[in-house]
Design a protein around this ligand. Sequence first.
Ligand code: PMP
Length: 557
Amino acid sequence: MPSNILRQYFPFFSSHRSERCVYLDSAATSQKLQSVIDITQQYYQERTVNVHRSSHQLAASVTEQFEQSRKNIQHFIGAKSHKEIVWTKGATESINLVASGLAKNVFKTGDSILVSALEHHANIVPWQQVAQALNLQLEVMPVDAKGVLKLEESLQLITSNTAMVALGHVSNALGNINPIELIIAKAKEVGALTLIDGTQAVSHLAVNVQQLDCDFYVFSGHKMFGPTGIGVLYAKYDLLEQLPPYQLGGEMIKQVSFSETTFQPPPLKFEAGTPNIAGVLGIGVASEFIQLHRTTLLALEHNLYQQLLDTLSAIPQVRLWGDNVNSICVQSFTVQGVSHYDLAVLLDKHNIAVRVGHHCAMPLMEALGIDGTIRVSLAAYNNSADIDIFGAALTECIALLNESVNQMATDNTPFEHKQTRLAPIAESIKQAKSWDQTYRQLMLAGKGLARLQDQYKTDTTAVYGCESQVWIKCCIDEGKLVLEGDSPSKIVRGLLAVMFEALSGKTVNQVLVFNLADYLEALHLGKHLSQSRGNGLSAVVDKIIEYCQHQSPDKES
Ligand code: PMP
């Protein structure tokens, strides 16, 4: 089945969008199958009932369909029984369920929990919080300079004190396939439990939990062509019996009186309340599709990934991260001398959807000594034209960013003061005739912004809520606001220059009535800023306003 034929199963690619989006962000969430949409819609349109409760015919039929989905997932991951499949709202909830349950019933003093430096925050924070609450040791399997798990050192960390090894099957940030078989085998030797986070794996690799012999395996529906808000916890049945319920309420009980409650056996014991019925039906259909087309999906992904690697390797400034052999079709990279944030902004103007930043793996970025990457994540519905368009756009964006460096280095002409109510930087941006001119002007403005000394780049000056690092330092001098700031992103520095031009030298009361949205509109900038960048800018303004509120003589009133 060639890729263009596969595309027909995904209505996203034939939707009537005026501009075509090259979707290279499937690791964030995948596009949805028509069959998933159909079954979800059919449930809401024609078959809405609750499951496991009512005895009428339709309820019985939908309950059967609901339980069939559980069996689909059982077969999808090779579980021994459908009773080992618990519905959750996603991988995050699955991990939290296991961590909190083990904290209550299983972990004991002296235990240690082992995670890897590659983990998604969802597979770090629940363990970290449990370790802190119970005074357990949290240990970390290390990675090498490219971000590949150091196997020997990792195996050595698994000792008789290890109670749990929690490891991603595939890294969401880098795409590496981890050697989970070897890690699980070593964990078995010392009697440690194992949880495998398969969120990025199940749509790309055939998984058999019985062969793996892991204790827990978790994933989410939305990364495997299925709905959001539905996920899976697989656990060996005896462990599900040992774990306490996660939430309490209807559906998970057998008998309730005011003196005592007894619970259903697993998996219902963990499914309190009305479940995400449409989501369950959707994930069941998605898993069937993947199983049916597994060989085709793998072949298509392999070819696309090779094309992506060739495209990226041909650009001299590009540095690839992670393992490029043992990998699914996800590639993280950085570009020398270019902020990942700036590239993402410009790629977005070419209608190319990629993800940039830390990818919910901040400790990994710290281990690699970088503040983020650009991640291209493919799925079998991508085609070779997508990668060609991406490659050409990437080359163009890098050229634009480099060009502006040279231009800025020689451009000493002061801004011309025109007869206008707007300040010079604002005016130059307003006058820009196209999006690339707008960004050129922004970067030029950013170039004029003084660098903030490193000593001021602290937690106090950091602005959270922007995709790039940003720092703002505010002070009042003779009743007027003085602003300094910095960012590795040229575009963000330009935006700071715009904001500072508008707000520096103003009194506290003037700042407090500043309207960001109106100001951006006046500069024709609003339409160029995506929601998250807009939010980042709002976070900058909020920080300045918060500072001013603390300075305001009216603050007590
Ligand atoms: N683990 C990994 C490896 C992931 O990629 C993600 C999602 N990015 C999660 C866990 C969390 O998944 P969800 O947000 O669907 O709960």
